[in-house]
Design a protein around this ligand. Structure first.
Ligand SMILES: [Fe+2]
Length: 223
């Protein structure tokens, strides 16, 4: 699955938030232990199994608080122990660091991105030269179009993207500027074109790792 698990470390307090605890999360927990870093928060980008299958293990390891968006909790329906249910625009304080939460529906109704300084942890909303599927339960390609358009216009182009899966051809991270140049999902001005490409074209013509695609190539692929 090539999932990423992230640790956001506040150096001043030596506390951390773990994002999408899954798979070999034990290695991350051991790493935190080895540095005496206390994991105080668990941030979920969304509720898909491949992003949360280490949640229980993480909760057994620490008393961390779970954070997710309210619409994702409703969509998921899991019984969680006193989670913090957020709305887009909320902030989480981690020691002296501030984490801003973006509501980015499209892959799931309550998908979230976490913005820390110039870094964006994007879950399955935006990948390096790709974006999350919209054909699974709760997916909505029209919402995804609006989400990506908003990200493109509202986030600084120097923002560093940290996706939920490694589908990149080289470096696993990228800048928003590079994505605006080569991510086909950021090339479409018309919602209908985006929806057609996401739902009917993309999976037939592209495989991982995803290479950059020019705007002309993306538009030509629709014909
Ligand atoms: Fe997902």
């Amino acid at each position: 699955m090539e999932n990423f698990v992230y640790l956001i470390h506040d150096h001043a307090s030596n506390t951390a938030a773990i994002v999408d605890p899954a798979w070999e999360v034990g290695e991350m927990l051991d790493f935190a232990d080895s540095k005496d870093i206390q994991i105080t928060d668990i941030l979920l980008t969304h509720s898909h199994h491949d992003h949360i299958n280490g949640l229980q293990q993480t909760l057994e390891h620490s008393d961390a608080k779970i954070h997710l968006l309210k619409p994702e909790a409703t969509f998921w329906g899991a019984s969680l122990n006193q989670p913090a249910l957020h709305h887009g625009g909320d902030q989480i304080k981690l020691g002296e660091s501030q984490i801003n939460i973006l509501h980015t529906p499209g892959h799931t109704p309550g998908s979230a991105c976490y913005h820390v300084g110039s870094d964006l942890i994007a879950g399955d909303t935006l990948f390096v030269f790709g974006c999350g599927r919209c054909d699974l339960a709760g997916g909505d390609p029209e919402e995804m179009f609006n989400t990506l358009k908003k990200m493109k216009t509202e986030l600084p182009s120097s923002t560093v993207l940290h996706p939920g899966h490694n589908y990149a051809p080289q470096s696993p991270t990228s800048t928003l500027e590079t994505q605006c140049e080569g991510n086909p999902f950021l090339h479409f001005d018309e919602q209908a074109d985006f929806v057609k490409y996401r739902m009917h074209v993309h999976d037939k013509i592209r495989e991982t790792p995803y290479e950059a695609v020019s705007k002309e190539e993306a538009l030509r692929a629709l014909k």
